[in-house]
Design a protein around this ligand. Structure first.
Ligand code: C2E
Ligand code: MG
Ligand code: MG
Length: 726
């Protein structure tokens, strides 16, 4: 018996003494075991031999496989976590390098439809003769489908969020790191959006975790639809999502996208046979402007998100450097507000609601007023959102309802009182009891009390919301839907909720006299709708006679606006009432002047090599009035520096004394916070390329600052000091 182990005896010319027959036997037996298969290619890397077992596993006839180039027969997996940076199979074959456990699948269409792909691990050596001539590969192939599938699954788990199928935090961090690293050298930009769902917790708590899970899956699906190929989406945990948007730094486009995301996420969700409504806030940060490293960029987008949530939810915000200060400011304000409430320093003022046809006051809306000893009058538009972020809103709201009911008891019974209720107050436990107690304590007829709610009370669990509505209706109070048309504006709310009144938001009135705007039509539609549903309508924010004419012609009957009266302290209200019937004649401007965003904002103006300090007094999307430079000729090109890399190229169109009017080359866009910003910011990289006079620029992260030569010319314009406040 010739053994197979040990050194094989050979003939003098080097041939094995083992017969070719035995070789075949051994090979056959080995192939039979299925432990591995054998394959070979010729000098052109065409498959010349393959164990029949392999062909069977692949599920194609051997005859189809033999004679085909290996690189067209097999392919590596682009998703293989070990082979991401790996070279394609063809490359390795062409370079005639050794193959070690290269996992491939058959690239030909396989007959067995729907079958799991078979993964083969190929190992082989190139056969090169003593003259250095290549004769093809000889090697082994193994079926590694089970192991490979498991490995893919494991890495999928490590990278994906199993609930939604989106990427997980780990993967998003890695992606962001690698994108930013690559983009830094390529000087490209990349935006990230951070999303946090509003009122998700409420759905989860009241409808149960399976409902919460289903909701998150639906949110993920909607995000995929909106974002599409534009970016990568991940769930970072809980109800927090992140979107990476490579090569996007246009704040106009980003704002539109964020708006779209907010709209789509805010549509109602079917869950089992119920409905849930949530909202979302979005924070946006853009590299390299808001951060170059991923940590900085993520922190910036978090701050922007936080600010968006505080701004009243359902909004987006771009990061800006002031956000950090804003946060501190907010905390101080909250502390002061808490003290003011305890010290009984808050007041309610009352704004009359007037019936157009006879000027009768039929109701008054209670609006909170706070005179701060240093800040002066603080607007409720500012402190209510701050209170809403803390539990203070509950106490604040309770105080307001009680005070308003008490005050209204001193008015004629024909005048109703309206009280604003924040969504958080509405959904808090014990709200209905609070209202009942206020009615009880004051002795007011519940039909005289009108609660003003905004559309965001519909966020969350609709069943719970309906229960609260029912309980309030049982008490006999009236319900009004405030700011209608500005929020989620789903008509389905109106079908299910027992509102007695719709309040048309001031924003429609603001633009109802402008020609090419739909506002007048929308007002007509809202009034028609509420009539059809048996509700009253109040039109808010009428300031001028031309607006009054428009809304009257659209069917308005009740008006609340400065044309009739601003909000008044109770003492004045009582005086007015004591005169007998409470009538108010409209008085005010004939024509409404659109909001001109007048302001006092210090900015920089760049002309040639020089930087001047000036003040913006009036800013619109297309131009600005600027004070502080004397003797600037018409047509002078200037660059306006709004800070944070926001440079606006503009031309002087008016010039008088120290005032100039400029027109922008490109219009500004909304910054998500009621202000304006530039679409693009000037990247530090671009400045250098454009040869900008860097000496004239503000301090910033311009890596090439030191290269800038000092200005050579003299300033051409006289700069004057502008003082005073807004
Ligand atoms: P709102 O409920 O929509 O109140 C109407 C706002 O429009 C009031 O602003 C009112 O002064 C203002 N307004 C009315 N007519 C005109 C007009 O012709 N021109 C202009 N420019 N403005 C007009 P205010 O008092 O600053 O209140 C802002 C918001 O703060 C209110 O909007 C309401 O959402 C909230 N708020 C006020 N008081 C309370 C309160 O006691 N509780 C809660 N939860 N929110 C309150
Ligand atoms: Mg209101
Ligand atoms: Mg309103």
């Amino acid at each position: 018996m010739k053994g197979l182990s040990g050194t094989q005896p050979t003939t003098a010319d080097g041939h094995d003494l083992v017969s070719d027959g035995l070789r075949h036997d051994v090979l056959d037996d080995f192939e039979q075991t299925g432990i591995a298969w054998v394959w070979a290619s010729d000098a052109d890397n065409v498959l010349s031999y393959l164990s029949s077992g392999a062909a069977k596993a692949i599920d194609l006839p051997l005859s189809t496989l033999l004679g085909q180039p290996i690189s067209t027969l097999f392919e590596t997996d682009p998703d293989d976590p070990d082979n991401r940076a790996g070279r394609p199979l063809g490359f390795q074959l062409n370079s005639r390098s050794k193959l070690t456990d290269v996992v491939v699948r058959c690239a030909l269409p396989v007959a067995k439809a729907g079958g799991k792909p078979v993964w083969l691990s190929l190992s082989a050596r190139p056969k090169i003769d003593s003259a250095g001539k290549f004769h093809g590969y000889r090697g082994l192939a193994k079926d590694v489908s089970v192991e490979y599938q498991r490995k893919i699954e494991d890495s999928r788990l490590a990278e994906f969020d199993s609930l939604t199928g989106l990427y997980n935090r780990h993967r998003m961090n890695r992606r962001l790191d690698s994108i930013l690293a690559a983009y830094k050298s390529a000087k490209r930009s990349c935006a990230i959006m951070m999303l946090d769902l509003d009122r998700f917790k409420q759905v989860n708590d009241t409808m149960g975790h399976p409902a919460g899970d289903s909701l998150l899956q639906q949110v993920a699906e909607r995000l995929r639809n909106v974002i599409g190929e534009r970016g990568e989406i991940g769930r970072l945990g809980g109800d927090e999502f992140q979107v990476i948007l490579p090569d996007l730094d246009d704040r106009g486009k980003l704002g539109e996208l964020a708006d779209k995301v907010i709209q789509i996420v805010s549509q109602p969700y079917p869950i089992d046979d119920k409905r849930a409504i949530i909202g979302t806030s979005v924070g946006v940060a853009i590299a390299p402007y808001d951060g170059i490293e991923s940590d900085d960029l993520v922190r910036a987008s978090d701050l922007a998100l936080y600010s968006a949530k505080n701004g009243g939810r359902g909004q987006f915000r771009f990061y800006s450097a002031d956000l950090k200060d804003e946060e501190q400011e907010r905390q101080l304000l909250l502390d002061d507000l808490r003290e003011a409430l305890a010290a009984d320093e808050l007041q309610l003022h009352y704004q009359p609601v007037v019936r157009i046809k006879d000027n009768h006051v039929v109701g008054m809306e209670a609006l909170m007023r706070w005179e701060h000893e240093e800040r002066g009058w603080v607007s409720p538009g500012m402190f209510i959102p701050v209170a809403e972020e803390s539990s203070l809103i509950g106490a604040l709201g309770e105080w307001a309802i009680n005070q308003a009911c008490k005050d209204a008891m001193e008015w004629p019974s024909s005048i109703r009182v309206a009280v604003n209720v924040s969504p958080r107050q509405f959904t808090a436990n014990g709200f209905v009891d609070q209202v009942a107690a206020a009615i009880e304590n004051s002795g007011i007829d519940p039909d005289r009390l009108e609660l003003e709610l905004t559309e965001s009370v519909f966020l969350g669990d609709s069943e719970q919301t309906e229960k609260t509505f029912d309980a309030l209706k049982k008490l006999g109070v009236r319900l009004a839907l405030d700011d209608f048309g500005t929020g989620y504006s789903s008509l389905s709310y109106l079908r299910s909720a027992p509102f007695d009144k719709l309040k048309v938001d001031k924003s429609f009135v603001d633009s109802c006299t402008l020609k090419d705007q739909n506002s007048a039509k929308i007002i007509a539609a809202i009034i028609g709708l509420s009539k059809a549903l048996g509700m009253e309508t109040t039109v808010e924010g009428v300031e001028a006679f031309d607006q009054l004419e428009v809304v009257k012609s659209k069917g308005a009957s009740l008006i609340q606006g400065w044309l009739y009266s601003k909000a008044l302290p109770q003492a004045i209200v009582l005086q007015n009432i004591s005169a007998g019937e409470y009538l108010i004649e409209p008085s005010g401007p004939d024509k409404h002047r659109p909001d001109r965003r007048s302001m006092f904002r210090r900015i920089g103006l760049i002309h040639e090599d020089h930087r001047y300090e000036a003040v913006i007094r009036d800013l619109s999307t297309t131009g600005a009035f600027i004070e502080g430079l004397v003797g600037v000729p018409l047509g002078t090109p200037l660059v306006l520096d709004l800070g944070g890399g926001q440079l606006v190229v503009c031309t002087v169109m008016r010039s008088e004394d120290a005032q100039i009017g400029v027109e922008f080359e490109t219009p500004l866009v909304s910054d998500g916070a009621g202000g304006l910003c530039t679409r693009h910011r000037v990247s530090p990289y671009a400045l250098a390329a454009a040869g900008m006079p860097l000496g004239a620029l503000p301090k910033g992260n311009y890596p090439m600052e030191q290269l800038q030569p000092p200005p050579t010319s003299k300033p051409q314009f006289l700069q004057v000091q502008v003082g005073g406040g807004a």
